[in-house]
Each structure stands twice: as C-alpha cells, then as structure tokens.
Design a protein around this ligand. Structure first.
Ligand SMILES: [Zn+2]
Length: 86
C-alpha cells in the first residue's frame, strides 16, 4: 500500500530577525527550531546574539497559518509548559 503523503507544501515565512536552525515535518505540521529576537532594547539579541533556539510549530488552520511555541525540546504531542523568558 502506497502511503499518500500530504503533499501540500506548507510555506512558512521566516520572520524578521529570526534564524532557522532546523525544520521538521510531522504530518501537516511543520516544526521549526528558531533563534529569536525578543526586541528589548539593550538586550544581547540586538547585537546579534539571538535567544533560543526554540521549537515552534506551524500549521494551516482554515487557510491561516497558525504558529505555536513548543519549547526548547521538540514534543510532537503539543503539550508544553515552559515558555521563553521574554
Ligand atoms: Zn533579547
């Protein structure tokens, strides 16, 4: 039996100031390990030392791209507790 993979390419734009470290596709969800800028003045990230990397999940929901913070560890069951200190 041939597995018909959801070939719908999920185009996830990289947000300004972010750096993509790794990307993984699980079903319709794209998981991406990103280094982020918090935007605080005087923070180390303004000098290019970004925070993270943290995992984010991206999926299309009724035509809209939904992103969700996952955490430092990739958990594909979407139960996360910790958040980045912002
Ligand atoms: Zn920062």
């Amino acid at each position: 039996m041939i597995e018909t993979e959801e070939a719908e390419a999920l185009e996830v734009p990289v947000r300004a100031g972010r750096e993509v470290v790794e990307q993984q596709r699980v079903g319709k969800t794209t998981y991406r390990l990103e280094k982020v800028k918090c935007g605080k003045q005087g923070c180390k990230c303004t000098d290019g030392e970004l925070h993270g990397p943290y995992w984010y999940s991206y999926r299309k929901q009724s035509g809209k791209l939904k992103s969700q913070y996952v955490g430092k560890q990739l958990k594909t069951n979407e139960t996360s507790g910790d958040r980045p200190d912002e």
